[in-house]
Design a protein around this ligand. Sequence first.
Ligand code: UDP
Ligand code: MG
Length: 307
Amino acid sequence: MDLSVIIPIYNEEANIGALYDRLCGVLDPMALPGGYELIFVNDGSRDQSLALIRLLVARDERVRYVDFSRNFGHQIAVTAGLDRARGAAAVIIDADLQDPPELIPALYRKLGEGYEVVYARRRSRQGESVAKKLTARLFYRLLVSITHISIPVDTGDFRVVSRKVVEALRQMPEQNKFIRGQISWIGYRQTYLEYDRAERAGGATGYTYRKMFRLALDGITAFSDVPLKVATVSGFVVSGLAFIVMIYTLYARFVSHDYQPGWASLMVSILFLGGVQLIAVGIIGEYISRLSANVRQRPLYIVSEEA
Ligand code: UDP
Ligand code: MG
């Protein structure tokens, strides 16, 4: 098997047919000697996606599928696909045709030049809200500035990875997946191609702002301790300020006898200290919640059926 194509599916009934046609249209002419497989991972879709996938499986023996017992999230769906990939290389691609299948041959050729990872970097993105583009831009830059591994900016999970990388990913059992970060962490020679990201072909995005925020926090907490350090540093800064204010207060009270009944300053310092403490506790909480998720050692996903 030369190539495994991993496709996470969440309510994509409008796109599965066109996706399959375009994938075959691109992969067949590549004439891979060992052939390829398409692995659909149904992540708890509530529409007709599963039925459509089953039809493809019945029609084409290169199509395999995994059906989750519920919605586990995009990153987990990709992981399930990677767990089952048999190819010497694997492609991760979105089902909504925002990642053009036509780019796969070029990505795959680059892999032949001695790279283990070839990711596709968005030169532009169409049909997405200003807010989404802006938050994504900010997030990737923030992530780069506070992690020590070089996670590429403006890059989703659309990429070709070699067998070595698939095996390495299988050894990373963490619960809060941020696959593009894990792949950067793994290392090896990596390169990229640029492309213009199209609009979603049909249906609606499965990534709510809530899910995006979770993914962003997973990425940051899995690859950076900087937020914890910021909490510590701001604690020191605030205590320093509080100490100065205390000296001043004592001086005003006992030496210069020039003081007001100090309601305002009291209020301000209590609110400020309270705020900083809550933020610090919150940051610690984010890490602890992930620690506890990993300690529980639950399986990442539950499979309902597969073939
Ligand atoms: N997806 C998934 N589980 C989810 C949300 C999304 O498997 O909970 C899949 C979805 O079917 C698509 C890919 O992940 O193949 C990217 O999702 P989407 O296009 O909704 O995200 P966006 O492009 O809007 O960021
Ligand atoms: Mg999309």
